[in-house]
Design a protein around this ligand. Structure first.
Ligand SMILES: [Zn+2]
Length: 418
């Protein structure tokens, strides 16, 4: 890395920590399986806690198991600057999804210690509980409760496929902490994360300056026709739910492509009944989702989809039921925090571009309560939620150094009366 600073994070130490954390729950294919609130998650948390305490941080745990490791600032009146990510993983996840943001945060703390820097504001490194949602079926759980999006008691009652509830699992691993799981006043939140997409790598950018997260709309669709004999039913008598679904799936694609490179539209799940090779399908159930960085566009996509899909179904003589599961509004990040990321990358001479997050992140919920920004790094082939997820040490270093710059600048900013 070129660029003007002599305050350098230690890239070797960061990489070694990433590799050591990846041993906890390591899978044979080189990934990790560190499911939220499992024994493996506990082992990751314990390691993280010990490293934080060794770095002089005081660790507290809230009632959702979210961990906050605090480094005091010079001015006790100042609100803390938060940064972090998550240590849980998908069932066959990668080494860097989440762990990069947490361990880069630790490296920021260690570097400040090494350089003898006392920041004005206190700093808090966060490990959010259950970002992935793969065990209890609910992603962004810890940050969602913290931000007040999900109620605590309802979340405690969610259970995994074995019938173990979130509340019981927290008790079991000893991480149902004494601090209330609710937002507290904070000055800012920064999250470093791999992009989990192909754009930065393709454009050879070291840093994604994340300006916000996409709006999303999710549906369940059911098409009902009539089951009948594949050999004896002539075309005029058929009410084939699957050919009707095919037309609607292509509608999803057409609407997506109508938005240029910004639109996302996916049917990733489909069930055909009775699913027999010589029966005309009588019912098809499928999942539909659209995403877009622009709030107005997601409304436009949702409206066009429900109207045109209903018309297609009607012309095929099929009944069509569409249930909107939820809508997540677009979440723009805080302009001043985003600007600190931009300035950090510029100061270090790193090639960077603005980008909208295609995935959900804890930062999206935190942003509802605290001024927030994210930093993306490339990952190999844009691959994530996969054991082959990979990145180069210098990519991790660049992301961590930008995190360092942004956190330091925010924590030492001229105090604003507000
Ligand atoms: Zn993640």
């Amino acid at each position: 890395m070129s660029g003007s600073t002599n305050q350098r994070i230690d890239p070797r130490r960061l990489w070694d920590e990433l590799m050591r954390m990846a041993e906890i729950g390591a899978t044979p294919k080189g990934g990790v399986r560190r499911l939220a609130l499992s024994d493996v998650d506990r082992a990751g948390r314990e390691r993280f806690r010990l490293l934080c305490e060794a770095a002089g941080l005081s660790v507290r745990v809230d009632a959702m198991g979210n961990m906050f490791a605090r480094r005091a600032g010079r001015d006790p009146a100042r609100l803390p600057v938060l940064f972090g990510s998550h240590l849980d993983s998908q069932p066959s996840g990668g080494k860097f999804d989440g762990a990069l943001g947490v361990l880069a945060g630790l490296e920021v703390m260690r570097t400040l210690n090494d350089l003898g820097i006392e920041t004005e504001a206190p700093l808090e490194l966060v490990n959010w509980t259950d970002e992935e949602g793969s065990r209890f079926g609910h992603s962004l759980m810890g940050s969602g409760v913290w931000a007040g999006v999900y109620p605590l008691e309802k979340t405690y009652a969610l259970s995994d496929t074995e019938g173990v509830s979130v509340g019981a699992a927290l008790e079991e691993i000893g991480y149902r902490g004494p601090v209330p799981a609710e937002a507290f006043p904070a000055d800012a939140y920064f999250e470093l994360h791999i992009e989990q997409g192909p754009i930065l790598e393709a454009e050879e950018k070291a840093i994604g300056i994340v300006t916000g997260a996409q709006a999303q709309i999710w549906y369940d669709a059911v098409l009902t026709g009539r089951e009948s004999h594949a050999g004896t039913t002539p075309p005029s008598r058929r009410r084939d739910a699957l050919t009707g679904a095919a037309r609607i799936i292509l509608l999803v694609e057409r609407l997506m492509r109508g938005e240029g490179e910004d639109g996302r539209g996916t049917v990733g799940q489909i069930q055909v009944y009775p699913n027999s090779r010589n029966v005309i399908p009588g019912e098809v159930r499928f999942a539909v989702e659209f995403r877009h960085p622009d709030e107005a566009a997601i409304g436009r996509l949702g409206e066009a989809f429900s109207r045109e899909a209903a018309a297609l179904a009607a012309s095929d003589g099929l009944a069509f039921a569409l249930t909107e599961l939820f809508r997540i509004p677009a979440q723009p990040f805080d302009a001043a925090c985003v600007d600190l990321v931009r300035k950090g990358a510029a100061k270090l001479g790193l090639p960077a571009r603005e980008i909208v997050s295609g995935a959900g992140h804890d930062a999206v919920y935190v942003a509802q309560r605290v001024p927030t920004a994210m930093i993306f790094t490339p990952c190999k082939d844009g691959l994530s939620h996969n054991e082959a997820e990979s990145m180069r040490p210098e990519e991790a270093e660049a992301g961590c150094q930008v995190l360092f710059e942004a956190v330091l600048a925010r924590a030492n900013r001229a105090h604003l009366a507000s």
